[in-house]
Ligand binder design. Structure first.
Ligand code: PLP
Length: 240
């Protein structure tokens, strides 16, 4: 885990440093319980719907990875915070193909590549540019509207991105556990998808899984990247 929370800056919202430290302690406990080294885990703080100021405060507390799920909000926050460095911006929401260029411009990592056309559009946005890190999103539900490619499609999608989109670097897989039911079985299926992707891109070892309510199960199932919102930020403001 990166970054020690100092909590000494008077401008930091009350409780934020404590919630961050407490979450990191729970993550470390879950990692040790699963026989894993907490240092293998990247904790992404999901800042969606919160003002850019919260990102600045988190950065002051040592956070180096944040997640956003709407392109306009991400683009606006980056513009407000041009000097926060180092800081990786992870895009974790569904991407409309027509927004692919804007998403690419504003993101360091895109977790939600789930179809050929989106990969093609992200590539076409900057074919000679610095490679964009991408994860292939897997839909672990029966609802096609939830985003992600069907598990049976993932290997073929990995082949497409690897063959046709040289400016995208496939790093692994991402999923959200189904709302109902135990997450452990879903995360096991994500592991199968990870193996399928690694049969195409051997070093695509990232597994982005686990949120405030299910990160321990995700860690037990092999997650490498946790996307944690409310447990750190507190309740989200209403959608603007
Ligand atoms: C909002 C969101 C999260 C964080 O959820 P919390 O329950 O607030 O931790 C993680 N992943 C995705 C894809 C999200 O949209």
């Amino acid at each position: 885990m990166s970054g020690a929370a100092t909590g000494s800056d008077a401008s930091i919202a009350p409780g934020l440093a404590a919630r961050l430290a407490q979450l990191d302690a729970r993550v470390a406990d879950a990692a040790r319980a699963a026989g894993r080294d907490p240092a293998e885990l990247t904790r992404i703080v999901v800042t969606k719907f919160h003002p850019a100021e919260l990102v600045a405060q988190l950065h002051a507390l040592g956070v180096r990875d944040v997640g956003e799920n709407r392109q306009q909000e991400l683009t606006a926050k980056r513009a407000e915070l041009p000097d926060l460095c180092p800081l990786a911006w992870h895009f974790i929401g569904q991407v409309q193909t027509k927004k692919a260029r804007a998403v690419r411009l504003a993101s360091d990592v895109v977790h939600s590549v789930d179809r050929d056309r989106l990969a093609d559009a992200l590539h076409a946005a900057d074919p000679e540019g610095v490679p964009l890190e991408v994860l292939l999103q897997v839909n672990l539900t029966d609802d096609p509207g939830r985003g992600g490619a069907a598990p049976a499609e993932i290997e073929r999608l990995a082949e497409h991105v690897a063959d046709a989109c040289p400016s995208l670097r496939v790093r692994g897989v991402m999923a959200v556990a189904p709302l109902n039911g135990a997450p452990a079985g879903a995360f096991a299926r994500l592991n199968d998808a990870s193996r399928a992707v690694r049969s195409v891109v051997p070093d695509a070892t990232w597994i982005s899984a686990g949120m405030s309510s299910d990160f321990a199960e995700a860690i037990a199932a092999g997650a490498t990247h946790l996307r944690i919102g409310t447990a750190i930020t507190g309740p989200r403001p209403e959608r603007g």
